[in-house]
Design a protein around this ligand. Structure first.
Ligand code: ATP
Length: 339
């Protein structure tokens, strides 16, 4: 266990570097020519449906699985050639807590610190420090089996940080947590990044990626199908839209015509299950909502609902993965504005 302040090495700017990595399990190509880079001190969110290859990539980067071809470096170390040295530089937190249920939070952390070579005194000090930082001080002496899901997840993350890792791999860190525990976990991750950690996070929760990730990489069938900031991915998928829910088919032709006459390009986007027909109008700015209201008013059409819709990461994900997931329907998100 070595404090990062004591490490003297060449400056590494990208703490995760993946170059054309492929991993096959028999006939299954779990990873297919994957390349990505995570700059030091940032969060990379790895998104993808079940079986997309997220866990395989984390396993390659944490030296648990060897790539079939390609090269990967973490904290400047090659995942194959420097595997032993690399293991002490990374922290891995999985969906399933890896702590010993019978031991107290304090004992769990001391055990790990001792396994990493710390003296008893240093191990106790590190355990204390982490329990305090993660809000587990009060529960420090209780067996981990008595902890709530959120407390266990925090202990698991604390356990992965005992050895001052340079890169933290979080595999679906908030799956199964209630909203308050999720937010608490997000705040911890944000603090870790403020303190200089580099994080690679796999998640199926788009709001999690949207909040935490500086850069998002979308995997589908082992390939990178998109990469960028949440904002750039949203911009790829489309503009804001105004959606107009109409009471019935009778209004739809007239509404479409009125909006078209005003210079906008509407399309009937389908039938809303609860209400009726939905007209979708791509717009440039939020004031265009008022324009649509005016046009409909002039045509004496009273919509059931009007909404200004920003593209969300969900839309991006669904649009991008539509080709690889034929079972996934296109969908939108609406923030309702009832006239
Ligand atoms: N040890 C293995 N042996 C055979 N096939 C495997 C093995 N590990 C993964 N795979 C296959 O590789 C593909 C990618 O799996 P992986 O677990 O990496 O996906 P994932 O994106 O993490 O999915 P999930 O979100 O369900 O965890 C899947 O088709 C999976 O069945």
């Amino acid at each position: 266990m070595s404090d990062p302040a004591q490490r003297k090495e060449a400056v590494v700017t990208h703490f995760v570097e993946v170059e054309a990595v492929t991993k096959s399990f028999g006939k299954v190509r779990a990873l297919d020519d994957v390349s990505l880079q995570v700059p030091r001190g940032t969060v990379c969110g790895l998104l993808g449906h079940n079986g997309a290859g997220k866990t395989t990539l984390v396993n390659v980067l944490t030296t648990l699985v060897a790539p079939t071809s390609g090269r990967a470096r973490v904290a400047g170390l090659d995942v194959q050639r420097d595997a032993v040295a690399l293991r002490s530089r990374i922290g891995l937190t999985g969906q399933f807590a890896s702590v010993d249920e019978q031991l107290s939070g304090f004992r769990n952390l001391i055990l790990i610190a001792r396994l990493l070579g710390a003296s008893t005194k240093a191990a106790k000090a590190r355990a204390d420090e982490l329990l305090t930082a993660f809000g587990l001080r009060e529960a420090a002496a209780r067996p981990a089996k008595t902890y709530s899901g959120g407390m266990r997840r925090r202990l698991d993350l604390a356990a992965s940080l005992v050895g001052y890792p340079d890169v933290i791999f979080l595999d679906e860190p908030t799956t199964g947590l209630d909203p308050a525990a999720r937010i608490a976990m997000w705040e911890i991750v944000e603090q870790l990044v403020r303190d200089g950690s580099t994080v690679l996070l796999t998640t199926q929760m788009l709001d999690e990626a949207d909040r935490l990730a500086d850069k998002i990489v979308v995997l589908a069938q082992g390939k990178v199908i998109a990469a960028g900031t949440a904002a750039s991915l949203k911009a790829q998928v489309g503009k804001r839209t105004v959606t107009v829910t109409l009471a019935g088919a009778a209004d739809s032709g007239r509404a479409e015509e009125a909006v078209r006459r005003a210079g906008m390009v509407p399309r009937m986007s389908g039938v809303d299950e609860q209400a009726g027909l939905v007209l979708t109008v791509p717009v440039e700015k939020s004031t265009d909502l008022a324009r649509v209201v005016r046009v409909l008013d002039e045509a004496a059409i009273e919509p059931v609902e009007l909404a200004l819709v920003d593209p969300r990461l969900d839309d991006v994900y669904l649009a991008l993965s539509a080709g690889s997931r034929p079972d996934v329907p296109a969908a939108g998100h609406r923030e309702a504005l009832t006239p």
